[in-house]
Design a protein around this ligand. Sequence first.
Ligand code: 5AD
Length: 416
Amino acid sequence: MGLCSNAALPVDREAFLREPELLEAWLRELDPSRLEALWQAADRVRRECVGDEVHLRGIIEISNFCVRRCAYCGIRAPNSRVTRYRMAEEEIVACAAEILSAGIHTVVLQAGEDPALDADWVARVIRRIKQLGPIAVTLSLGERSDQELRLWREVGADRYLVRFETSNPELYQLYHPPRSDGRGRDRLEMLRALRELDYEVGSGVMIGLPGQTWADLANDLLLFAKLDLDMIGCGPFILHPDTPLGNRDIAEVEGLASKIEHASSSGHAAIAPGERRSPEAKWNTPEETAPAGWPPNAGPEQVPADELTTYKVIALSRILCPWANIPATTALATINPQMGRRLGLRRGANVIMPNFTPQKYRKMYQIYPGKAETITTSRTILEEVLAAIAAEGRSVGKGPGTSPNFLRRKRMAPHP
Ligand code: 5AD
């Protein structure tokens, strides 16, 4: 035997924090038997730290208006192919009531960065939802001011999700043009503010964004631990044809060319087969200019936007942040509708977020094409999710499913 190159790498939190290079090594790992050790370690930590319950979160996509121009996202402001909608207060409250009556005790209000969802209106919606019964409210409304975040916390919002998307500042800049009115904010700074305001704090990244290297992704994972996140949501990047990434040049980046064909022919994207570039699908329109360094290219270090890498990220996140709530995301279910969620649950995840957006709006919330659940009804989705949980031998979480990481932090905090 002797020392050999295929000796198993350590798989524990302390080792990862001591030797961050291990994270990159695990991310690059392809050997199935060695990966099995990673899945088992993550599943053990998951069972010991957050238990067998799978918590459900009912998502309502309340508005697809967005003032931002994130280069990967299908509902970015310049995409004129999107029909924009904003749900009425009554519709949102009715939808939340439906979620509660399905036995789900968390609603997630998600939207583009839409300034018309003003502070007082959102506060009223939160108050009304909280009056429905024992229900936690999670907000995912983009970059917002401290005043707004404070008000919403005061009226009963419990949690906030804002992904930092990538820990690489240059890559972040390339994808996120600043808000023209200067009202955007640094997401890391916002995450700290949310923590100060006593929210349960969630963040995450996309996996396989063009330009993202293995080292970048390893740094993302380390940052999850450093931020001491209560919730971590990560999914594969999925190419949207009506974005600056949806053109031929970037499609030549390894592995992306076939996906763009798929997006075009699946019937979900508003793009004719064979037509690869829509008028909106490029910078350099009268309103937009490509930033210097576009398109991003990580060459051989490019992380693939695939299922396997997503499972590795879920598993490593679980080991690094043992008490966090970690969903098997909709993007994962989109790239593998049969097994994505189940394998996510098996490899570290403990949350699923079924979509309850009313049918008529759902297809308009295409941040990426083919989004799982744009076709089926909320009922069907819920049945599928419950079946997946049962098939994995897990139970459905009762109550609000507060992040054990948040509860630990509270318990450890000195009492006022
Ligand atoms: N593919 C995958 N995920 C995406 N998101 C936005 N656009 C895409 C895409 N094309 C993710 C971002 C955002 C979250 C709401 O959805 O990470 O924070």
